[in-house]
Design a binder for this molecule. Structure first.
Ligand SMILES: Nc1ncnc2c1ncn2[C@@H]1O[C@H](COP(=O)(O)OP(=O)(O)OP(=O)(O)O)[C@@H](O)[C@H]1O
Length: 277
């Protein structure tokens, strides 16, 4: 039995097929990355799984949790979303209520997610778990840094103790150091809570650091799926090779030749110079 299974997912807007024939499965505690360039269909895949597709989108295919089809009715889907799937998006400002202190919002998420079981969760405990202090809970979203806002979003996603965390480019609006801290936090939380992770990104490095399996999406289709080391280390498809090459290019340190040599290169004289010409 798979925790999450998606089969032949397709999303259309009129005649435009934005997502076509996507299948994936996720086991408890597993970390699966979806990588691809902008506009390739990553976010729509996540939105389809969570039942949050925008108006005008037509969906086909099947989505099951614990082998049970996810409900199509909006209220049942919202309940399931709260209880089984937690979501973290790129820009927390759009997801957080600007008029309510974030502690109250996280508290509300805890109340909604409370199943009445023994595993009751307390606000201070949850704030601490995501690296925030109680005083941060009294602040409004605009009074927090980008990293703190993303931590608040993660706390809200965790409030109902979900089995699956979907993180859609959760760090792309953050500086490099904060990105690293937030990724470390997500990784730690998934391990501690045995949560499955569906991690969406266009950054190969982050996916490589977090996920054991990855799917490469291009024009709404998975073009390559496999173990992260294998897909990035020995890509089979042209598109993946190009993606990996582009990421390597970006990561390469800039080596600067001595100024004199640069000038000679600019003038096209390097070879003559080296040959003593
Ligand atoms: N509401 C919408 N109406 C029409 N087309 C849409 C809508 N939302 C998305 N699309 C189209 O669907 C395709 C996939 O979009 P999606 O947001 O999933 O891309 P993405 O891979 O997540 O991109 P990014 O990395 O930039 O977030 C794009 O061609 C986009 O223009």
């Amino acid at each position: 039995m798979s925790l999450l299974s998606v089969e032949n997912l397709a999303v259309h807007f009129g005649t435009h097929a934005a997502v076509a024939d996507i299948s994936l499965s996720l086991e408890r505690g597993e970390r699966f990355g979806i990588i691809g360039e902008s506009g390739s269909g990553k976010t729509l895949t996540a939105l389809a799984i969570t039942g949050l597709l925008p108006e005008g989108a037509i969906m086909a295919g099947s989505i099951c949790i614990d082998d049970q089809p996810v409900p199509t009715n909006e209220r049942a889907m919202a309940r399931l979303r709260g209880k089984r799937i937690g979501m973290v998006f790129q820009e927390p400002m759009t997801a957080l209520n600007p008029l309510m202190p974030i502690g109250d919002q996280i508290g509300e998420a805890i109340r909604l997610g409370d199943t009445g079981g023994v595993e009751h969760i307390e606000l201070p405990m949850l704030l601490k778990e995501v690296g925030l202090e109680n005083r941060h809970g009294q602040r409004y979203a605009h009074q927090l840094s980008g990293g703190q806002r993303q931590r608040a979003m993660i706390a809200m996603a965790l409030a109902s103790q979900p089995d699956i965390l979907i993180a859609d480019e959760p760090t792309s609006a953050l500086d490099l150091i904060t990105q690293r801290l937030v990724l470390d936090l997500i990784s730690e939380l998934c391990t501690r809570r045995q949560m499955a992770l569906l991690f969406i990104s266009h950054d190969l490095k982050s996916v490589g650091a977090l996920c054991s399996r990855v799917a490469v999406v291009h024009n709404g289709r998975f073009v390559e799926v496999g173990g992260t080391g294998k897909v990035f280390g020995a890509p089979q498809q042209d598109y993946t090779r190009r993606l990996v090459a582009a990421a390597e290019f970006k990561m390469k340190p800039v080596t600067r030749p001595p100024i004199g040599e640069t000038l000679l290169e600019v003038r096209g004289l390097t070879r003559d110079y080296r040959q003593g010409g």
